[in-house]
Write a protein that binds this ligand. Structure first.
Ligand code: HMG
Ligand code: MG
Length: 302
């Protein structure tokens, strides 16, 4: 893999987490492990492997600790492993894995929203309550030498409240940043963004956290506008993006069971946009195609 420079694309592959979390059919640990091995080959910088959340809320990811244990001997050198953590209980789960497997997980990712209704529906807590829960999580992560990502969902629109103002997003982002989050990941949860609205939210957040250097963009491609959002973000100096192979992760709030909405931005769409903007990347296209084919087979149950 060519070296990853500061101006090249940084990709967090979220196929195993966001890509699978809403899949109604249980996917076995063996299949997730096989997908993780395929993802190791594509040249991304980070794998978001799973979530330490309540299995009652997200049954598909109830096997997080087991999957990490299976991957312990297979993690590629230099790759970052991360996992979602909503509270101290989740952090304890992450730390138990790290104790058993020599610091296997590099990053804990806390998550909240810019919309009160979404925060309630997603985490059974207000935005203020989620931030309060994160204080000891971030403190513990720092004490254990972990990196911390802070996600803000619904940065452009909420499925329940409609349009969300960039000012509201920036206020939450600033709190996460001042708490000690190393990066702020802006989630367009339902794929509502376009170039103009993503630019507005990036500018509002950058003004409050000292520039675009710590901003990550997490796009869903519900309406086919994720590519234009990538180009707009790159023009603002953002180089870090999340994506899934084959665009896994249809949003449960968009589409119908018969006609599911497109999911997270497909890594191929991300690359098309970044390469057209002249940004270098470390992706091996043939390996990406192999992982995408496997991912599609797994979610179709074929
Ligand atoms: P709660 O029910 O309010 O929590 O859930 P609680 O503290 O009352 O606990 C209830 C039960 O859950 C208890 O078990 C706890 O022990 C257990 P019981 O006594 O009933 O047997 N529990 C846990 N178990 C495992 N791990 C934990 C944990 N915490 C409590 N960490 C909670 C609150 C936050 C836990 C719950 O709402 C939850 O797990 N939510 C998960 C939400 C989630 O994962 N959403 C998807 C990820 S976010 C996302 O997709 C957006 C993103 O992609 C960006 C974008 O697109 O915008 C990141
Ligand atoms: Mg998402």
């Amino acid at each position: 893999m060519p070296p990853h420079g500061p101006q090249s694309l940084r990709i967090t592959d979220v196929s195993l987490r966001d890509g699978l979390q809403n899949e109604p059919r249980p996917i076995s640990k063996a299949d997730k492990f096989a997908l993780a091995l395929a993802l190791h080959e594509i040249g991304v910088q980070e794998l978001e492997v799973s979530s330490f959340v309540s299995a009652k809320w997200v049954p598909q990811l109830g096997d997080a600790a087991d999957l990490f244990a299976m991957l312990a001997a297979r993690k590629p050198k230099g790759m970052v492993y991360s996992a979602l953590v909503p509270n101290m209980r989740g952090m304890e789960g992450l730390l138990a894995v790290n104790q058993a497997h020599a610091g296997l997980i590099d990053k804990a990712s806390v998550f909240t929203a810019a919309s009160e209704t979404f925060a309630q529906r997603n985490t059974n807590a207000s935005i203020a309550e989620t931030l309060q829960r994160f204080e000891p999580v971030v403190e513990s992560a720092k004490a254990h030498g972990l990196q911390i990502r802070g996600y803000v969902s619904t940065v452009v629109a909420c499925p329940f409240e409609g349009a969300i103002s960039p000012t509201a997003v920036a206020a939450v982002a600033e709190r996460l940043h001042s708490m000690g989050c190393d990066e702020i990941d802006l989630g367009d949860t339902i794929g509502a963004a376009n170039a103009e609205s993503i630019r507005a939210v990036i500018d509002a957040v950058a003004a409050r956290i000292g520039g675009t250097g710590k901003i990550v963009i997490h796009l869903h491609d519900t309406f086919g506008r994720a590519g234009e959002c990538v180009r707009a973000a790159i023009a603002r100096g953002v180089h870090s993006f999340d994506a899934t192979v084959a665009g896994l992760g249809g949003c449960p709030y968009a589409g119908t069971p018969e006609n599911p909405a497109p999911g997270n931005i497909d890594t191929r769409t991300l690359l098309q946009a970044s390469r057209s903007a002249g940004v270098l990347d470390t992706i091996v296209d043939a390996a990406l195609e192999r992982a995408a084919t496997l991912a599609q087979r797994l979610v179709r149950g074929a």
